[in-house]
Design a protein around this ligand. Structure first.
Ligand code: ATP
Ligand code: MG
Length: 321
């Protein structure tokens, strides 16, 4: 099966990205053909400093390699290295009703939060459809926030196929229900653009400072505390096995400890969890040319797959004359 995943280089990777998509992608490499890319065109909706974007792109690539994408097994590239994606994007645009995009949650949410919308933010789902449909993808593991975008990709593909025959493969989405939406330190969806993230590769002190800011209920130290619905607990449980979860629940219910203690525990759990990845990251950080070579080789592989589809698309649409 071909599994597809992408990440925007629009800021530091956070544990929402990790549990919502990166982990599933890494785990699925054992049995599937993984296509993973860095969505730098998408990031341009928010990052408009060229130097910053190129830095963030290399950073995301370094992070992904550290977290376990295996370039020998998988295809790993940067979106803008496969130009065909913009070509398909145009073909798909003619099969995308305005209403479909107007109903997109991520667009509506961002506008509602006062982030001013440009055309690329509005058209983001069409480019994402092109990202997926260009590579004959079977499955897209996503966080809950991206389900609708995969549905939009299907919808566009159906309309295209209705006009030209069975050319584009309809992708399925897959959501891990346990981690459907990782909450941020303010309890909203953790999101780079909301500034409420716990980063995967932060500095230890900064990490602790962030975790201390997690919003919790004010309950006196000695009293029992509610772990259900507690942001600290909800984040911690992602890293813990069943016994460890139960033990933490008991600590909440026993009383005598404040949320500060649980936060310290959470900080430690997160720090330990990513320790081996940090070490791998240090290697790639020191070998950025190797990272670039990996990306270029990945783009060559991705381009091959893309060319196959685009040949068909150009032919059926009459663009090839
Ligand atoms: P932005 O704020 O720029 O949209 P983001 O933090 O939401 O950034 P994306 O690059 O949009 O991150 O998403 C990358 C992947 O991570 C997607 O598959 C998305 O579903 C997943 N993801 C992002 N945030 C969360 C979250 N809080 N919980 C679970 N999955 C998430
Ligand atoms: Mg997002």
């Amino acid at each position: 099966m071909r599994v597809f995943t992408g990440i925007q280089p629009s800021g530091d990777l956070h544990i929402g990205n990790y549990f919502g998509s990166i982990k599933a992608m890494v785990d699925s490499q054992a049995e599937n053909e993984v296509f993973a890319f860095i969505a730098n065109y998408h990031a341009m909706t928010t990052v408009q400093d060229g130097r910053r974007l190129s830095e963030l792109t290399m950073q995301a690539a370094t992070d992904f390699l550290a977290l376990g994408i295996d370039p020998e097994k998988s295809t790993f590239w940067v979106q803008s290295d496969v130009k065909e994606v913009l070509e398909l994007y145009w073909f798909l645009s003619s099969f995308t009703p305005m209403g479909l995009l107007e109903r997109a949650h991520s667009y509506k949410d961002k506008v509602a939060k006062g982030i001013s919308a440009n055309h690329s933010l509005f058209a983001y789902p069409v480019l994402m459809a092109a990202d997926i449909l260009l590579y004959d993808v079977d499955v897209v593991p996503v966080g809950k926030d991206q389900i609708q975008h995969v549905e939009i990709a299907r919808d566009i593909a159906i309309r295209f196929n209705n006009a030209y025959g069975d050319i584009l493969k309809l992708p399925e989405f897959r959501v891990d229900e346990n981690v459907a939406t990782v909450p941020g330190i303010d309890g909203q969806k953790m999101s780079k653009s909301y500034g409420n993230t716990i980063n995967i590769f932060g500095d230890e002190k900064a990490q602790l400072k962030t975790i201390k800011k997690i919003v919790t209920e004010a309950v006196p130290m000695e009293e029992p505390k509610e772990w259900r619905g507690c942001n600290v607990y909800n984040i911690a449980k992602l890293f813990l096995d069943e016994d460890e979860c139960l033990a933490l629940q008991e600590r909440y219910e026993r009383g005598g400890e404040g949320h500060g203690h649980f936060k310290l525990y959470l900080a430690e759990v997160i720090w330990e969890h990513f320790r081996p990845y940090r070490e791998k990251r240090a290697y790639y950080e020191a070998h950025q040319d190797e990272v670039r070579d990996i990306l270029k080789a990945g783009a060559a592989k991705a381009s091959e797959a893309a060319r196959e589809i685009m040949e068909k698309v150009r032919s059926v649409t009459g663009a090839a004359y």
